[in-house]
Design a protein around this ligand. Structure first.
Ligand SMILES: C[S@@+](CC[C@H](N)C(=O)[O-])C[C@H]1O[C@@H](n2cnc3c(N)ncnc32)[C@H](O)[C@@H]1O
Length: 395
């Protein structure tokens, strides 16, 4: 009697416990069920055969007749469905193997189908899936997830799925997350490749600390920016206000996205420097992050408006920005913000051909908004890695 690897691999392995139970049953009661074979290959009873060999137990064999290896596989899989207490993952893996068998058979038979799918229209793989899901008693969605897992998950994850340590949904979610990350990284690479094509005399980007950029006094029409919010960056806000006071034209604005956590300090810095507080705008998050240390579900972000010399603005603006804030183009890999609110702010607080300054360019959202709304812009970004990304976005 022989073992064919392809057949053996169709049998979901027993857990150690299950194997020990089977072994003690065989030792107590002997091997009662015959080991089934086809062409002298075992098709049912691989474990019992192993136990018999190890303990020199007697066993019977019974041979079955099939027309092809594929027919044997189909029978073996359906046999497993009927007999064992399999997990959803194991049932799905078997169902997918059955799908492969059907595909192979369909190719071979070209219409002379005898299996359970013979009644289905050939081209509709979706119906095949439905039928498989019935046979395996597994939802079609789960089958779809397991298909992806079988294609993409590393062997150690599959091993954990077999033992139930990881659920099908968790493994699937992990794969989707990785795929998204890869896709994003590719997208960023593509944008960076476009950097060479960047040429725009109205937009200047410097790879340096904003505090080292020389800007003429009273030359800037608007500072529009999104500084880093964590406490270790707070001192930058003060430096920004000092610089703003010098370079902003009289009565012009500094507008900065901000977090809520350190507003007291930020307002204090502005006051110390002599920048006037004008207003706070509100932009809502569609996702609501939990702020650790405060137990707040954060639903909105303040956008702070300061002025270099308090004077009523020459136009009306709404202080709630009703724009989708979830679709942050670059967000998964860095701190990018959506471009539309920046365009809105440029429209309300500056004029075409005005000179805008963005000290914390990040992925270049402000610069893109300036380009789109026909403003001039000078910007700094300390991270070299972002420069090509910015240029690529602007090309
Ligand atoms: C909140 S992010 C800006 C994100 C940007 N709004 C966007 O849409 O991508 C702040 C940026 O400031 C940069 N930065 C931090 N300190 C800086 C400094 N001293 N000079 C210039 N850039 C700095 C960081 O590298 C980061 O990219």
């Amino acid at each position: 009697m022989n073992i064919l690897k392809e057949f053996q691999e169709l049998i979901p392995p027993l857990t150690n416990e299950e194997y020990k139970q089977l072994e003690s049953n065989c030792l107590e009661e002997g091997i009662r069920e015959p080991i089934l074979t086809w062409n002298d290959y075992i098709i049912d009873g691989h474990n019992r055969y192993n136990i018999a060999k190890q303990w020199s137990l007697e066993y019977k064999t019974k041979s079955k007749t099939f027309n092809s290896e594929d027919e044997v596989k189909e029978w073996m899989i359906l046999n497993q469905f009927g007999r064992r207490n399999l997990s959803n993952y194991q049932r799905s893996v078997l169902a997918l193997q059955l799908e492969d068998v059907f595909k192979a058979k369909a190719k071979e038979n070209q219409g002379a189908r005898t299996d359970i799918l013979a009644k289905l229209p050939k081209s509709k793989s979706i119906d095949t899936r439905k039928e498989l899901s019935k046979v395996a008693q597994i939802g079609e969605r789960t089958l779809g997830m397991v298909k992806k897992i079988q294609e993409k998950a590393p062997e150690e994850v599959k091993a954990k799925l077999r033992t139930g340590e990881v659920s099908v949904y968790a493994a699937y979610k992990e794969i989707k997350k990785e795929e998204k990350k890869e896709q994003k990284a590719k997208q960023i690479q593509l944008i960076k490749k476009q950097a060479k094509k960047f040429e725009n005399s109205d937009i200047k980007i410097y790879n340096k600390d904003f505090r080292k950029l020389k800007i003429e006094d009273s030359s800037i029409d608007l500072i529009l920016t999104d500084p880093p919010y964590p406490s270790e960056f707070l001192h930058l806000w003060k430096d920004l206000f000092v610089q703003a006071k010098k370079i902003l034209k009289p009565n012009k604005f500094l507008i900065a996205y901000s977090g809520q956590m350190y507003l007291d300090k930020i307002f204090n810095y502005a006051y110390e420097v002599g920048l006037d507080y004008y207003w706070t705008l509100n932009i809502e998050f569609t996702k609501k992050p939990l702020v650790h240390g405060r137990k707040v579900l954060n639903e909105w972000k303040p956008i702070l408006v300061f002025q270099n010399g308090l004077k009523q603005h020459d136009r009306v603006f709404s202080d709630k920005i009703n724009m989708n804030y979830t679709e942050r183009e670059m967000h998964d890999l860095n701190w990018g913000q959506t471009v539309e609110p920046f365009e809105f702010l440029l429209d309300r607080f500056s004029n075409t051909q005005d000179l805008i300054y963005e000290p914390f360019a990040g992925t270049g959202t402000t610069l893109l908004a300036c380009k789109n709304t026909n403003r001039k812009c000078i910007a700094t970004e300390i991270k070299t890695d972002y420069i090509d990304l910015i240029k690529g976005r602007l090309k």
